[in-house]
Ligand binder design. Structure first.
Ligand code: PLP
Length: 413
């Protein structure tokens, strides 16, 4: 028996991160065989064609030009007001819904998840997301003494499975009054799927039907971590307009993050943007989430907040950042197009990829497939029901041939 002095609810907590595990295996292979031999498709950040981590050049320039006092000083708990305005405007672009909105600064999108779980579910409640999901959702729920349940993301035609979504919403609301649903779109991690606008209509119909029972409270947490790599700016944000005129007992929260959109992953800067028809709900949103920030991390990174407001308030700088980002978006598209084309040729079944950093191959034996791929010096991330390939991190030259090798590995395991 090992000795434990942790509180009972904390005993046995241990973060086994498959992504970092797979990345470590790839690094070991690089050390042994050299970088040129190894395909490392485990990393969730943009690497250029030389496999160097990308910082958008204008983002770097602006960041380095900030006065040191703006980098080191404390910031208001709720976030710099100019940052909150910039984050809100950049999240919506031309698709601001007809509703009240408020924003609270958070430690990235992860911070939005943390606060939403803490403040919009009861202890012991169950949150809902799709069966393909970013692993930390579950860690965040469990650490907060909540649970996570899933609906089936795709139907038999590989479209959004509205029936499964509806039945899970009904099932959970029969047991609890608050329901937080996490929807990661557009450019979902790990599949690359984006909900179509009519699929959003279906989601909102289900939510509105459930909200007819006034004792129920629904929160739709829209995780937009990959929004800036999801297609034309206003097209991939068009769904946001639909958050107009929702009932008072439905709150939408956008999880805005600077990690990917501004290549500021480790700077831990984001914002939760609340959208509601009710002035009271929005005031409460600002109040309770600021309080939780004070209790969790105090204020967040001032320099990175100033970076965003500086970019946003200078049209030429913003245009330059958007241009640079669109070039990297095109680079990721080219890589994914090679993979999708070759997967088709090799009869390799993929989940529907629309955009984003990752694509996924479903498998009954993902660990074995990944192990087999190691023989070809290919490293990807084994998920519960498939293998995730980070097209954001692999140069086109190394993507070429990868789908065929995956098809071979799938055939023998
Ligand atoms: N949501 C998804 C789906 C992600 O993949 C990530 C990061 O990998 C995040 C949210 C949160 O990122 P951050 O906390 O760095 O903003």
């Amino acid at each position: 028996m090992t000795v434990s002095i942790a509180a009972t609810h904390a005993r046995g907590k241990f973060a086994t991160d498959k992504i970092f595990g797979a990345a470590a295996a790839a690094n070991k292979d690089v050390a042994q065989y050299g970088k040129a031999m190894v395909v490392n498709a485990t990393i969730g950040a943009i690497l250029d064609d030389n496999e160097a981590l990308v910082c958008l050049p204008t983002v770097e320039k602006v960041y380095r030009s900030l006065p040191i006092t703006e980098v080191i000083n404390y910031a208001p708990i709720a976030g710099l007001p100019e940052f909150l305005d910039a984050a809100t405007a950049l999240a919506f672009a031309d698709n601001r819904p007809d509703a009240y909105t408020e924003a609270v600064a958070t430690s990235g999108g992860s911070g939005v998840l943390h606060h939403t779980i803490a403040n919009y579910t009861e202890l012991g409640d169950t949150l809902l997301t799709s069966d393909w999901y970013w692993g930390p959702y579950k860690v965040l729920c469990e650490d907060a003494l909540r649970k996570l349940d899933t609906y089936t993301l795709f139907d038999e035609n590989q479209n959004f499975n509205i029936k499964s979504f509806e039945s899970k919403v009904t099932e959970l609301l029969a047991k609890q009054n608050n329901l937080v649903t996490i929807i990661n779109t557009p450019a979902h991690n790990p599949t690359g799927y984006s909900l179509a606008d009519n699929e959003w209509d279906g989601v909102l119909e289900v939510a509105k039907a459930a909200a007819k029972d006034q004792s129920k409270r629904l929160v739709l947490l829209v995780d937009i971590a990959y929004l800036d790599y999801a297609g034309e700016k206003n097209e991939c944000r068009a769904f946001m307009k639909k958050f107009s005129n929702l009932p008072d007992n439905i709150l939408v929260i956008l999880a805005f993050s600077m990690s990917k959109g501004y290549t500021m992953y480790g700077q831990r800067t984001g914002a939760m943007i609340g959208i509601s028809q009710s002035k009271d709900v929005i005031k409460e949103f600002a109040d309770i989430n600021q309080f939780t920030s004070r209790a969790t991390w105090s204020n967040i990174n001032r320099g990175c907040m100033r970076l965003l407001s500086t970019i946003y308030n200078d049209k030429a700088i913003l245009a330059q950042v958007e241009k640079e980002r669109s070039e990297y978006y095109a680079m990721i598209r080219e890589r994914s197009e090679i993979f999708v084309r070759e997967a088709k040729a090799a009869n390799l079944h993929m989940l529907p990829y629309i955009a984003g950093f990752f694509l996924t191959i479903p498998s009954n034996n993902p660990e074995a497939v990944c192990d087999k791929l190691h023989e070809d010096h290919i490293f990807a991330v084994p998920l519960a029901k498939g293998v995730r390939v980070a097209v954001c991190a692999v140069p086109s030259a190394k993507i070429t041939g990868m789908a065929a090798k995956m098809a071979q590995a799938m055939a023998v395991v």
